[in-house]
Design a protein around this ligand. Structure first.
Ligand code: G
Ligand code: MN
Length: 247
């Protein structure tokens, strides 16, 4: 079974190399809006790979191959180009997901700084989303890059909060602008479990630390109105809009 797994993984990496060199990857954009007033706040850029046999793949199913094939920097630079040139709206900020590998790659940070310092990319139109596992390996290095970005007025979001370590020392240490509540909790709104209580508590925690809260995976009006009443600042999900390619 392991041999088969490795062979399949290897095939996926080769197909990915080809897809990247032939510019087949796509960047989709999903809107984030005010929970109360429905005002457009930003877009999250999401990577998609139209795979010949497997259909449209989401990052979860091929990011490992991106890393293993050593394509991380190339794909990220391409994504930053796309954000620069075909973002949905020139006036609305775009968030991108930054993997652990990139956050610890000094040359990626340098190239990002160049784009920002040359004005190619406006710092106040960029939000970087990181997950907590990003902070696990090299806390010092990650801190340095995040501080460098903050100094340039780039906003930072803590993604998928609640499913990883949910470490209070991460919240103490880093100047996050946004906390994104994972869609697993939103899915439990209206249910018998503890999700509503957890969401309310996380919103209070985030606000106490001057972070704005984004709820992910909002699919129903009932979820949106619960979140708005709980003080959640922004909502993202199929109710607001699906990830779609820029026009
Ligand atoms: O890791 P992150 O939370 O950024 O992942 C977002 C993923 O969730 C995207 O791949 C996107 O397609 C998916 N997604 C976005 N909105 C919804 C939603 O309302 N419901 C569900 N089930 N998935 C969503
Ligand atoms: Mn994200």
């Amino acid at each position: 079974d392991m041999t088969l797994g490795a062979a399949a993984q290897h095939q996926l990496e080769n197909q990915l190399r080809e897809a990247v060199s032939e510019h087949q990857l796509k960047l989709y954009f999903q809107p984030v809006q005010g929970a109360d007033d429905g005002r457009l706040h930003c877009y999250e850029a999401l990577l998609r790979w139209p795979h010949a046999e497997q259909g449209m793949l989401r990052p979860a199913s091929f990011m490992e191959a991106v890393n293993d094939a050593g394509l991380c920097a190339q794909v990220s630079d391409w994504a930053l180009d796309r954000i620069q040139y075909d973002r949905p709206s020139g006036d609305v900020a775009v968030s991108i997901n930054l993997s652990a590998r990139l956050l610890h790659d000094e040359s990626f940070a340098q190239r990002l700084y160049e784009r920002l310092d040359s004005g190619a990319l406006a710092a106040d139109q960029l939000i970087l989303e990181i997950t907590e596992d990003t902070l696990e390996t090299d806390l010092q290095g990650a801190t340095r890059v995040l501080r460098g970005l903050k100094q340039r007025d780039v906003r930072i979001a803590l993604d998928d909060f609640g499913t990883g370590q949910s470490s209070l020392s991460h919240l103490r240490r880093f100047p996050f602008d946004y906390l994104k509540i994972d869609q697993a909790f939103v899915a439990g709104v209206g249910g018998a479990g503890k999700d509503e209580k957890l969401i309310e508590a996380v919103i209070r925690l985030a606000h106490a630390l001057d972070m704005a809260v984004v709820a992910e995976g909002v699919e129903t009006e009932a979820q949106r109105s619960f979140l708005a009443a709980a003080g959640c600042d922004y909502v993202q999900g199929y109710l607001v809009g699906r990830p779609t390619p820029a026009a």
